[in-house]
Design a protein around this ligand. Sequence first.
Ligand SMILES: Nc1ncnc2c1ncn2[C@@H]1O[C@H](COP(=O)(O)OP(=O)(O)OP(=O)(O)O)[C@@H](O)[C@H]1O
Length: 264
Amino acid sequence: MSNQPASALLSVRDITVRFGGIVALDCVSFDVPRNKVCGLIGPNGAGKTTLFNCLSRLYSYQSGDLQFDGQSITNTPVHEMPRIGVGRTFQNLAMFKTMTVRQNVMVGAHSCSNKGFIGNMLKTPSSRLEEKRLTDDANALMDYLKLSEYADNIVGDLPFGIQKRVEFARALAAKPKMLLLDEPAAGLNHTEMNDLGTFIRSVRDDMGITVLLVEHHMNLVMAVSDWIVVLNFGKKIAEGTPEEIQQHPEVIRAYLGDGDREAA
Ligand SMILES: Nc1ncnc2c1ncn2[C@@H]1O[C@H](COP(=O)(O)OP(=O)(O)OP(=O)(O)O)[C@@H](O)[C@H]1O
């Protein structure tokens, strides 16, 4: 294996976000290397979701730049994000709950399709071919995520853990280069959490997808991350390997230190 550092797929450069008087992100910079799992952690209110929302282009930042695959995405509209290769899941599942599993996965697939509305409407030969390719890909993904038996079930009728897998399938159907996972372990039982760890690693290893993971379950973050970035009160306080982060004095203080602060 080469000793060269992996090139960054995402570069976060001096991002600052203010909400009135609150500085949610204060000049935050870090790189996410290609084909790695990067954990983004920090206590409540540290700025993790705000950063995810900047990356998804749901929030604007007052200063700084986000470079994805060598290009600034500062002016990229939110609807373009799937097409440039950024996929995302949400804390509160974002899906069409009255549609079937298959229909949800096809929505994800269509979000990166290059066939326009007119081509699809007129059913041109090339749009029919494209539709077949998307359907085949969706079937393969449902297979991969063990969802085939639920393909024609309404999503809202399925147990929570399966709905989560549908959300992953929908995000993966758009063939992202990077997947943003926002607290994917929330609400999962122990077995589902173990399956999630396996899934995150396989997304990296089998599909070559880079993952940025916001998660409060430290065991999961430490088990799956190649690199971890720590925020506290909107500032980056540390980054490193899971081993380095677990021993980092400022990280330990951030998680355990409220008592010290009050005592001071
Ligand atoms: N839309 C908003 N309007 C005003 N303040 C906001 C908004 N979004 C976030 N904030 C504030 O910005 C700060 C960072 O919040 P953020 O939700 O990004 O933290 P977080 O690390 O994701 O926290 P948690 O782990 O609790 O989800 C907090 O002080 C929060 O109250």
